[in-house]
Design a protein around this ligand. Structure first.
Ligand SMILES: [Zn+2]
Length: 259
């Protein structure tokens, strides 16, 4: 008998799903991407992270708070990574439609609250639109990004720039058990297309402007940051805090009374 996690929708029979949906009205949808992550991390890094975080949070909450976790959405909106081999992108419209369809299906079976566990910044805008549409259909929903809710710890623990396949992301993926090609890690802090005004990093000191871009505007390897400095120990500090904080939030969401 295999050890099946009790929150995985994909592993339930329809009868089991029906029974669980009598006891809970919350579902987590993990959303990632399949896009280049430089020479040291695989294409599925964001998808891997989204699924790991979703499962870890649901596990931490179970059985006190019972959430359902849907199968992973492994693709995201990644047109800016397309110059790099293996990247697969959805159009914004496709991701919006997929999330609205998944959310609407869940709602039909009794889900009233949806948490989208997003692991890719390129998805944020489309997810906001999808969630707005679901909200208008009467569903309570929110998107959660681990790098936003741990911004304080990211600044404390990792070397900037914080952008892509960098010290931060490599350390976190490593801590989560991702394949890391340790010898292939690179340091590429990223070009500044307009020096002093356009820098690819989160939490940039003002003034910083950010145009629509392709990753090749900033990087040749696909990395923007110092991945040679990555280590799983520091990654784990942020991973545990992210799981902790997201779980605490979902516990509150579970007790939220809807009108
Ligand atoms: Zn990523």
């Amino acid at each position: 008998m295999t050890d099946v996690k009790p929150f995985l929708l994909g592993k339930m029979t329809w009868q089991e799903a029906k029974a669980l949906l009598k006891k809970t009205d919350i579902a987590i949808i993990p959303v990632g991407s399949t896009e280049q992550h430089g020479p040291a991390l695989p294409l599925d890094t964001d998808a891997f992270q989204a699924e790991k975080f979703a499962h870890a949070v649901a596990e931490k909450l179970w059985p006190k708070v019972k959430t359902i976790v849907t199968p992973l959405m492994p693709y995201g909106v990644s047109p800016h990574h397309m110059p790099f081999s293996g990247t697969i992108t959805l159009r914004h419209e496709t991701l919006i439609d997929l999330i609205v369809d998944i959310g609407t299906s869940l709602a039909k079976h009794g889900v009233k609250k949806i948490v989208v566990m997003n692991s890719h910044g390129g998805n944020t805008a489309s997810l906001s639109i999808a969630l707005r549409k679901l909200h208008e259909a009467g569903i309570w929903c929110v998107q959660v990004a681990w790098w936003e809710i741990t911004a304080d710890l990211i600044k404390e623990n990792f070397n900037p720039p914080y952008f892509h396949a960098d010290d931060m992301e490599t350390s976190i993926a490593w801590a989560l058990g991702q394949r890391v090609l340790v010898d292939k890690r690179v340091d590429e802090p990223g070009r500044e297309p307009i020096p002093g005004f356009i820098r690819a990093t989160m939490f940039a000191k003002p003034p910083n402007f950010f145009p629509a871009f392709d990753m090749t505007d900033f990087t040749d390897s696909g990395t923007i940051g110092y991945s040679t400095r990555a280590d799983p120990e520091r990654g784990n500090r942020v991973v545990s805090a992210a799981i902790e904080r997201i779980a605490a939030f979902i516990e509150k969401v579970a007790s939220l009374k809807l009108k």
